[in-house]
Design a protein around this ligand. Sequence first.
Ligand code: HEM
Ligand code: HEM
Length: 163
Amino acid sequence: MTFLSSKALQFSVRLAFHASLSGAFLVAYLTGDEDTYHMHVFAGYLVLVTAGLRILVGLWAPDGSLLRLPQPQTAPLCDWLRRLVAGDPSVIRGRSPLLAWLAAGALATVAIAAATGVVADFVTKAEHLHEALSEFALWMVVAHVAVLVILNWLKRVRAPAAA
Ligand code: HEM
Ligand code: HEM
């Protein structure tokens, strides 16, 4: 039997990665100034290690596993956006291709922000870049959560009409 073949176990591992990434990212984001620098470095490295492991596990996971990384695709996204602009109500049915883009974007930008933090620890000139990329990562995470919440809310309020 392949390791992590149970869906329940895959789901728990995915959730644990997600919780660790979100929590450590929030702590790192809030502790960037000098007074809390040790906590910042600890939380930042935790983000880096968790994101790195999540990416490795995602690359190793077979097709169909819940641990596969999100697979952003351009054509379905363009089609979905075209229908959204045209006001087609079918955009809220099914799974939006935007979710995979935002989940992958959040994971990538958070990992890059943490990696530039390690560089900024040695190269003072890289501090501004690190700060800017951290802000950008925060907005990606906000977009990831906001789109999930909005699409779920729309599904709920439109469901009786669609039935
Ligand atoms: C550092 C911050 C975050 C990153 C890097 C991130 C990344 C990801 C990734 C890569 C996925 C795809 C599945 C997985 O690998 O787990 C995902 C899914 C998900 N995330 Fe996040 N996330 C973050 C924060 C959050 C927060 C704060 C929330 C909610 C409060 C959230 C809610 C969700 C939900 C509900 C899903 C499943 C969505 C679906 O069905 O596709 N995420 N996230
Ligand atoms: C995703 C994880 C991280 C986030 C979100 C993050 C966020 C930030 C933010 C917002 C600042 C600017 C704080 C301010 O000037 O008020 C900052 C500064 C800094 N961060 Fe990070 N960081 C992360 C990881 C790391 C890591 C892993 C390291 C080093 C090991 C690091 C090293 C630094 C350094 C050297 C500064 C400049 C400190 C200063 O101006 O005194 N960061 N970080």
